[in-house]
Write a protein that binds this ligand. Structure first.
Ligand code: NAP
Length: 410
């Protein structure tokens, strides 16, 4: 790293989104620098940087190399941003605190006067707890695997109104894992998961099922990067700018997933969308065929619909955890309740609508058996529940593709 440059230091950085975020914030070089613990002394002695971010596992250790710390960094006990001043001295700050405050202020979750539980006692938890107190929380209680408040005793505190997950549990690829049974917390009014991959963790899906407002960690990630970038460059970013970066990163990270009646054009539109955006296309029915050696129609005819749905859920479980793909699904994917959560997991879900009389039913066993109109009557509320976006596909498919890109990028 040459003098004058910016970057991120940590032990393992291959999944980091920081370079993309900093590229959208400002025109400066931003590098990922993986360091072993024994390399820290040499790195800081050389001081060949203008500003760096620090991540796991060096946020606490990096403090010792700073000549001065911000009050927040001292209070939290760790740094995630270090800048080299003109005299060569190092100033350390922690913008995770700023990022979390931004996230709460730009969510539907209110913490003032609330009983807040923070899961985990690591670096992120140490930034979140003081931020919650400064936002006026009535009480902030941490839950740890080993402490007095652990994942057994936590159910004695069912008065939790806000829960923040500051552990890595539920992060890709372990998307089915979660630490709590949310239904036990009847007074819950908000859940924040600092994880951003997947966009909806299992904990978030549980809370959403009970209509509790949820937020993932992506706004915090972008806002902490913006606060670091302000320290690096002296620039000031408006809320519009931060929001714009957030939307772009969110669009890139999430899949675009198409649902809708059989024959509405999902596979064709997905193919065009994928090539237009330079993304990989995944067709759920083809994945099922690849894995079982039989087409969905064959499975339904020989083993019945329940067995087909069981297989479909298992395949969807894996596909829905991926990032940045275009996915088309079979028409009945919305039928099992578990699938409606999985669809949302890491995707922008688009319901592709087409005039019901234009839908082809030939070779589609359920359409042939039940009739397209009857099938639609049953499925319509489930499409509505599952999709965030509705796009009409009665006209030219190229126009449909443009419409999808337009609604998702706004
Ligand atoms: P960390 O310093 O390693 O701490 C994580 C804590 O989680 C541990 O101290 C531990 O607390 C708990 N934990 C770890 N493994 C666990 C397990 N298997 N079961 C239950 N608890 C477990 O990591 P961190 O920096 O705090 O990061 C935590 C999470 O927040 C990560 O997913 C990270 O990606 C995310 N994060 C997001 C942002 C953002 O901007 N959105 C910023 C920072 C971190 P106990 O030992 O007390 O149980």
């Amino acid at each position: 790293m040459n003098d004058g440059l910016y970057g991120l230091i940590g032990k393992k950085l291959n999944h980091s989104y920081s370079p993309q975020i900093h590229a959208l914030l400002g025109a400066y070089e931003y590098n990922l620098i993986e360091l072993e613990p024994e390399e820290l002394d040499t790195f800081f002695a050389a001081r060949e940087f203008k500003g760096i971010n620090v991540t796991i596992p060096y946020k606490i250790k990096a403090m010792q190399y700073c000549d001065e710390l911000s009050e927040i960094a001292k209070r939290i006990g760790s740094v995630n941003t270090i800048i080299k001043r003109d005299d060569g001295s190092l100033y350390g700050h922690n913008t995770d605190y700023d990022g979390f405050i931004y996230l709460i202020r730009h969510s539907n979750i209110r913490v003032a006067g609330k009983q807040c539980f923070v899961l985990g006692t690591g670096g992120a938890s140490k930034a979140v707890c003081p931020a919650l107190k400064d936002l006026g929380a009535a009480r902030v209680l941490t839950v740890s695997r080993t402490g007095e408040n652990n994942y057994e005793t936590i159910y004695n505190h069912v008065d939790a109104e806000i829960i923040v997950n500051a552990t890595p549990v539920g992060m890709y690829p372990h998307c089915d894992e979660s630490l709590l049974n949310i239904v036990r917390f009847q007074r819950l009014t908000g859940l924040v998961d600092l994880i951003y991959n997947p966009a909806h963790t299992d904990l978030m899906l549980q809370a959403e099922h009970d209509y509790v407002p949820v937020e993932n960690g992506l706004k915090m990630l972008v806002a902490q990067a913006a606060a670091s970038s302000e320290l690096f460059t002296g620039n000031t970013y408006t809320e519009d700018k931060i929001n714009d970066v957030y939307r772009k990163i969110s669009f890139e990270m999430k899949n675009i997933l198409l649902i809708g009646m059989p024959g509405c054009g999902k596979t064709t539109v997905a193919g065009l969308l994928a090539s237009k955006l330079g993304r990989e296309q995944i067709d759920l029915d083809k994945e099922i065929e690849k894995q079982t050696g039989r087409s969905p129609a064959e499975i339904i005819r020989s083993d019945g619909e329940p067995e087909f749905r069981r297989i479909e859920t298992e395949v969807l479980r894996n596909v829905s955890s991926l990032s940045g793909k275009v996915i088309s699904c079979g028409g009945g994917v919305i039928s099992p309740r578990v699938n409606r959560g999985l669809l949302k997991r890491n995707s922008n879900v688009v319901w592709l609508q087409r005039d019901i009389d234009k839908l082809a039913s030939e070779g589609r066993p359920l359409s042939e058996l039940i009739g397209t109109h009857e099938l639609y009557r049953y499925r319509e509320p489930l499409y509505m529940e599952s999709a965030e976006y509705v796009v009409n596909n009665d006209g030219d498919v190229n126009d449909t593709v443009e419409k999808i890109i337009e609604v998702l990028k706004v």
